[in-house]
Design a binder for this molecule. Structure first.
Ligand SMILES: [Ca+2]
Ligand SMILES: [Ca+2]
Ligand SMILES: [Ca+2]
Ligand SMILES: [Ca+2]
Length: 311
């Protein structure tokens, strides 16, 4: 018997005697098939898939799933529930409507695989169920402004660096997809054209010569803006540039002796060391480095001096 195929039968019962002429009587017998819970609820689709924006508001209905159960009465009543433990989605147990219950964020989790159970309302121990999956894919929304790394920049530059030198390099992170994650830079103040900022790479270059004696600090304001549409987001940071004093070349090098005398034997081979001269320079760094050369005199071409050591 299967009530779901046929729920009643009508039997015609006839009785005869063996007399002549034969007599008969008949009666109809209706047999009703009582339902038992032998069907599980079946989802109309094997799996469900939905794409929603990541900023979908709490309470928004995203989909309705449906399962049917061929049994009768409570045996055929369907109750829905979420098997996946989540605080972000909920389901209406009677109509299968799935809705948002928490703040979604594609940058945190880009999609969810939810398991949904449909069971019938038969007595506990006898009820039947089935399970389907719902894939929720979050669509990106431009909701992250560019983030500066680090949040504030400190840079130092020697006052004599050449024009075009990169004095600072601005970097940001923007995890949004596509245009929403593409960042362009600009200078809010450029100190009358002292600096220029490459809008794509974030490199800040010097465009006018620095002079420690005139200005020791520059405070640049940099704007980073993504190309998101229709909403574009921006952030602002500061670059503190300190100019480092460079000692100008103040002193000339000098020899400790006005004249030196060297003695060499007339048959000395080429390459023989004659003497070593030594000069001083009071400047520090590059300005105080000394190089030697022979400039004039009667021995030109016959003697050579080591540029570095003075030998
Ligand atoms: Ca049944
Ligand atoms: Ca059932
Ligand atoms: Ca963005
Ligand atoms: Ca986003």
């Amino acid at each position: 018997m299967d009530r779901e195929k046929r729920d009643h039968y009508i039997l015609n019962l006839t009785i005869y005697d063996f007399g002549r002429p034969q007599k008969a009587a008949w009666r109809l017998l209706t047999v009703h098939i009582v339902d038992t819970n032998d069907n599980a609820p079946q989802f109309l689709q094997e799996g469900y898939r939905i794409v929603i924006p990541e900023n979908t508001a709490i309470g928004t209905v995203i989909i309705q799933v449906e399962a049917t159960d061929k049994d009768l009465g409570v045996n055929g009543e369907v109750v829905y529930s979420l098997l996946t433990s989540t605080t972000l989605f909920g389901i209406n147990s009677t109509n299968g409507i799935v809705y948002v219950t928490g703040q979604l964020d594609r940058e945190l989790v880009p999609f969810y695989n939810l398991k949904i159970k449909a069971r019938d309302n038969a007595d506990i121990g006898r009820h039947k169920f089935s399970v389907t999956s719902l894939k929720v894919i979050l669509e990106d929304v431009n909701d992250c402004p560019p983030l500066f790394i680090p949040s504030v920049y400190k840079a130092r530059a020697l006052e004599d660096i050449p024009l075009g030198t990169v004095v600072a390099w601005i970097e940001t992170q923007d995890p949004d997809l596509g245009f929403g994650g593409q960042v362009r830079y600009s200078l809010v103040n450029d100190h009358s054209g002292w600096f220029e900022l490459d809008r794509n790479s974030g490199a800040i270059r010097l465009t006018k010569e620095l002079d420690y004696e005139i200005q020791q600090f520059y405070n640049l304001t940099v704007k980073a803006k993504d190309k998101g549409k229709p909403v574009s987001l921006l952030s602002v940071t500061f670059v503190e540039l300190e100019v480092i004093d460079v000692n100008e070349n103040l002193y000339a090098p000098y020899f400790s002796h006005f004249a030196l005398t060297g003695i060499v034997e007339e048959n000395a081979p080429t390459g023989t060391t004659l003497l070593q001269v030594s000069a001083q320079d009071e400047d520090v760094g590059r300005d105080g480095e000394i190089h030697y050369s022979i400039r004039d005199g009667s021995g030109l071409g016959r003697f050579a001096i080591d540029e570095e050591t003075g030998v």
